[in-house]
Design a binder for this molecule. Structure first.
Ligand code: ADP
Length: 724
C-alpha cells in the first residue's frame, strides 16, 4: 500500500459501500430467499395433495383385494350350486365340505328352504339345538328285547342279585345276532359288573362297547359311546389308575369337542361338564410319578377350542333361528329393485345384526325356479375374524408398509379392530369404507403433516431454492467480509492520518530548533564557547533525528514498493554494533544515557547489508532511548544462540502492554499508552526493522513488561555451510 494514498472521508465511504451492497445485493437476495420460501410452501401443499391422491389409490387397491377374496368365495359357491340340483343330500356333502374347508373365510354355508328356514347342510357344530336330532335321524324305534334280557333285568333291578343277573345277561348276549341289541346287552353287563365290584371287568366291557358298539343309539338317539367313555374314566379313577383316568378323560373331552358324536346341546353340556370336573379333580390331586404339565396344557388348549366352538354353534343357532325373515325380505326386495328379469346369479352382501351379533352374509338369489326346486337361495356367512386377520391385515401391511402412514380399521360402533400402532395424534387425512359397506368397517388413514425441510428436499423446486438460499448465504457472508475490510481500511486510514500529523510535527520541531540555533550562532549572539558547544550538540542530535526519520520513510517506501536493494557483505557484527552505539553515545551523551555494548566471543562473521542492519539497530536503540522514561541505562548485546546470532537491545523503561505486544511491528502502529503517546514517533520504526530483518532471513521478537523495560532481539541465521 502506497503511503501517498490517504483515506478520504472514511466514514462516508463506509456508509456508501454498505448502502450499495445492501441495495444491490442483500435486498435482492432476501427477496429471492422469500420467493424460494413461498415456493417451498406451495410445493408442500402440492406434495400433500399428491400424497393424499396416492393414499386414495392405494386404499382403493386394498379394498379391491379384500373384495376379490369375498368374490372368489361367492363365485365358487355359485359354481357349486349351479352344478347340483334338488335338496342338498349326500351327493352335495362332499363338494360343500371341500368348498368350505378350502376357504378359510367361510364360516358357514346355508340355504334358505322355501325362503323360510335356514339350513346349514354341512355345519360341523359342537352340538345341535335341543330336540333337533330326532328329526335328522330316522329311528325305527328300539329293538324288541328278548325274554332272557328282561329276566336278567329283573334279577338286576328287583332282586339285586348281580352274579345271577350277569349270567343271565351273558346268556341273552350269546343268543342275539342283532348288533344293536348286542350293544344294549353289553351295556347292561358292564353296569352289573360295576355294581358287583368287578371294576376292571366293567372297564374292559365299557371299552368293548366304545370300540364295537359306540354308534349304537339308545333312547332319544343318544349313542352308547359317550356314556361308556365317561364310565371308563370314572372307573379308572376308582381303581386308582390315575394315568389312565387322565388319559381317558382328556381323550373323552377332546372327542366331545371334536364332535365325534352328534349331541344335543343339553347332552353336550352334561358330558362336557362331567369330563371337565373329572379332569380338574385329577389335575388337582397329587398323583405320584405323573408329569401333569403336558396334560394341563392340553386341557387349557381344549378349553379354548371349546369356547370357540361354542361361539360358532351359538352364532349359527341364532342365525338359523332369526335371520330367515330379514334375509328373505332383503333378497326379494333386492331382486325387485335391481332387475325384475334377472337371470344370472347375483350375490347380495349384507352385514346383518341379529340379536346383537353381526353376520357378514352373502346370499345368492337363484334364477331357475321351478316347482320342484324348493330351495330359493344359497348363502355364505363370512368369518369376520379371518377376513380381518388373514386378508385385511396382511393387505394393509402390504399396501402401507412404512411407518409414514398410520391406519386404523374401525367397527361400526367405533371400536378399533386393527391398528398400525403409529401415533394417533396425527391428523386423519383420508377415510374410506368397503363397497356396499361389506364388511361394515371404516378405514382411517393418518399422516403427520409433511415437514418443511423434507418438502424442501423433495420438491422439484428444491434445487433452485437451495441455490437461492446458498446465494443469500454467500452474500451475507460477503457483507460481513466487506464490513470487516472496510473497518480495516478505516483503521489504516486513521493511522495514516495520525502518521501525517505526527510526521509533520516530527519534521517541523527539529527544523524549527535547528533554524533558531543556527540563526543565533550566525548572529554571534551566543556569548560563551560552552554554550555554543551545547548548541552544536543539539543541532547534531536534531539533524540525526531528521536523518533517521527520512531514512526510515524512504527505506520503508522502497521496501514496500519492491525497489529496495540489499548488498550483503561479510561483516563483523561486533564492529557494526560498536559504530551504532558510538554514534548514539555521542548523540545522547548530554541527556546522561549510558549505552553498554556486550559482544560474546567467537561471534562468526555474517553476510549482511551493513547500512540496513545498522538502520534496524539504530531504530531499536532510538526506541530504547525514547521509551526509557526515567531510566538511563540501555544495553546492546550480540551472542551466538544455537544456529543464530542474537542482537538484543534492552532498556529499563516504560515497557509495552500485553495487548500491544503483538501489534508493535504493524505499520503506523503506535502504543496506546498515554506515556508512550507523549513520545514522538511515526509508528514506522519497528515495521522497518521487521522488513530489514526479514530480508536477512532472520526474525525479530520482543519481550517486555510494563514499567520494567523491553528487550527487542534480532535473530540472524548463521551462514549455511558454504555462504548464506
Ligand atoms: P514509534 O515511532 O512510535 O516509536 P515504532 O514502530 O518504532 O514507532 O514503535 C511502535 C510502538 O512500539 C511505539 O509507539 C511504542 O509504543 C512501542 N515501542 C517500541 N519500542 C519500545 C520500547 N523500547 N519500549 C516501549 N515501547 C516501545
Amino acid at each position: 500500500m502506497s503511503l501517498k494514498r490517504m483515506g478520504k472521508g472514511p466514514m462516508h465511504q463506509r456508509r456508501r459501500v454498505i448502502l450499495l451492497f445492501g441495495a444491490g445485493i442483500v435486498l435482492p437476495s432476501l427477496l429471492l430467499g422469500y420467493l424460494a420460501f413461498r415456493g417451498i410452501q406451495n410445493d408442500r401443499a402440492l406434495l400433500e395433495k399428491e400424497r393424499l391422491e396416492k393414499t386414495r389409490e392405494t386404499a382403493d387397491r386394498l379394498l379391491k383385494t379384500v373384495d376379490a377374496e369375498i368374490t372368489s368365495v361367492e363365485s365358487a359357491l355359485a359354481k357349486l350350486v349351479a352344478g347340483h340340483s334338488g335338496t342338498p343330500g349326500a351327493d352335495w356333502a362332499v363338494a360343500l365340505e371341500t368348498y368350505a374347508s378350502d376357504r378359510p373365510l367361510v364360516e358357514q354355508v346355508f340355504y334358505l328352504q322355501d325362503l323360510e328356514d335356514i339350513r346349514f347342510p354341512i355345519a360341523c357344530l359342537l352340538y345341535v339345538p335341543d330336540g333337533r336330532r330326532e328329526s335328522s335321524l330316522s329311528l325305527s324305534g328300539l329293538p324288541v328285547l328278548p325274554a332272557e334280557f328282561q329276566a336278567a333285568q329283573r334279577l338286576e333291578f328287583q332282586e339285586n342279585n348281580y352274579p345271577k343277573a350277569l349270567a343271565a345277561y351273558r346268556k341273552a348276549q350269546s343268543g342275539t345276532s342283532d348288533p344293536r341289541l348286542a350293544g344294549i346287552v353289553l351295556n347292561a353287563i358292564a353296569r352289573t359288573q360295576k355294581k358287583s365290584g368287578l371294576l376292571k371287568d366293567a372297564i374292559s366291557t365299557y371299552e368293548q362297547i366304545a370300540r364295537e358298539h359306540g354308534a349304537i343309539v339308545v333312547a332319544g338317539g343318544l349313542p352308547l359311546a359317550p356314556s361308556a367313555s365317561l364310565e371308563i374314566c370314572h372307573l379308572a379313577r376308582e381303581i386308582r389308575d390315575i394315568p389312565k383316568a387322565l388319559q381317558m378323560s382328556i381323550g373323552f373331552y377332546r372327542s366331545l369337542i371334536r364332535r365325534e358324536w352328534m349331541l344335543e346341546r343339553a347332552e353336550f353340556d352334561f358330558f362336557v361338564g362331567r369330563a371337565k370336573s373329572l379332569i380338574e379333580e385329577l389335575l388337582a390331586g397329587k398323583a405320584a410319578g405323573i408329569e401333569l404339565a403336558p396334560w394341563q396344557k392340553e386341557f387349557r388348549d381344549l378349553q379354548v377350542e371349546e369356547a370357540e366352538g361354542r361361539l360358532r354353534a351359538d352364532r349359527a343357532a341364532v342365525f338359523e333361528q332369526d335371520a330367515a325373515p330379514t334375509l328373505a325380505a332383503r333378497i326379494a326386495g333386492g331382486r325387485e329393485a335391481s332387475n325384475p328379469t334377472f337371470t344370472s346369479p347375483t350375490f347380495t352382501r349384507l352385514a346383518l345384526d341379529i340379536a346383537n351379533v353381526t353376520y357378514l352374509v352373502s346370499v345368492e338369489r337363484l334364477a331357475a325356479q321351478t316347482a320342484n326346486t324348493p330351495i330359493r337361495a344359497w348363502g355364505v356367512i363370512i368369518d369376520a375374524g379371518r377376513l380381518r386377520e388373514n386378508v385385511l391385515r396382511p393387505a394393509l401391511l402390504d399396501h402401507f408398509p412404512s411407518g409414514e402412514m398410520s391406519w386404523e380399521v374401525k367397527a361400526r360402533d367405533g371400536a378399533v379392530l386393527l391398528s398400525s400402532g403409529n401415533p394417533a395424534s396425527w391428523p386423519v387425512v383420508f377415510r374410506t369404507s368397503f363397497s356396499s359397506n361389506f364388511p361394515d368397517w371404516t378405514l382411517e388413514f393418518r399422516q403427520p403433516p409433511p415437514r418443511l425441510i423434507k418438502t424442501f428436499l423433495l420438491s422439484r423446486r428444491g434445487l433452485y431454492s437451495f441455490v437461492f438460499l446458498l446465494l443469500a448465504g454467500i452474500l451475507v457472508f460477503g457483507l460481513v467480509l466487506t464490513i470487516r475490510a472496510v473497518s480495516h481500511e478505516l483503521e489504516l486510514a486513521r493511522m495514516k492520518s495520525d502518521f501525517v500529523s505526527t510526521v509533520s510535527h516530527e519534521f517541523k520541531s527539529p527544523l524549527t530548533s535547528i533554524r533558531q540555533l543556527a540563526e543565533m550562532l550566525q548572529s554571534g549572539r551566543v556569548p560563551s564557547e560552552d554554550r555554543r558547544q551545547k548548541y552544536y550538540d543539539v543541532l547534531l542530535e536534531q539533524s540525526e533525528r531528521l536523518t533517521l526519520l527520512t531514512d526510515n520513510i524512504l527505506s520503508l517506501a522502497k521496501i514496500e514498493e519492491g525497489r529496495a536493494e540489499f548488498t550483503f557483505e561479510t561483516t563483523d557484527i561486533s564492529a557494526l554494533l560498536s559504530g551504532v552505539v558510538a554514534s548514539f553515545q555521542e548523540r545522547v551523551r548530554h541527556e546522561g544515557f549510558d549505552i553498554g555494548l556486550e559482544v560474546g566471543d567467537a561471534l562468526p562473521l555474517l553476510a549482511v547489508d551493513r547500512t540496513a542492519l545498522s538502520q534496524a539497530v539504530t531504530n531499536l536503540v532510538d526506541n530504547a532511548v525514547k521509551y526509557s522514561g526515567d531510566s538511563r541505562k540501555i544495553s546492546v548485546s550480540a551472542s551466538l544462540k544455537g544456529e543464530t546470532v542474537a542482537i538484543a537491545v534492552r532498556d529499563f523503561g516504560v515497557g509495552i502492554k500485553k495487548e500491544d505486544l503483538d501489534r508493535v511491528f504493524e505499520r503506523f502502529y503506535r502504543g496506546g499508552d498515554a506515556l508512550t503517546r507523549t513520545v514522538k514517533g511515526s509508528g514506522l520504526g519497528l515495521t522497518l526493522v521487521r522488513e530489514i530483518v526479514a530480508a536477512h532471513r532472520g526474525k525479530v521478537d520482543v519481550e517486555s513488561e510494563p514499567g520494567k523495560g523491553s528487550t527487542f532481539t534480532i535473530r540472524l541465521p548463521l551462514p549455511q555451510r558454504e555462504g548464506a
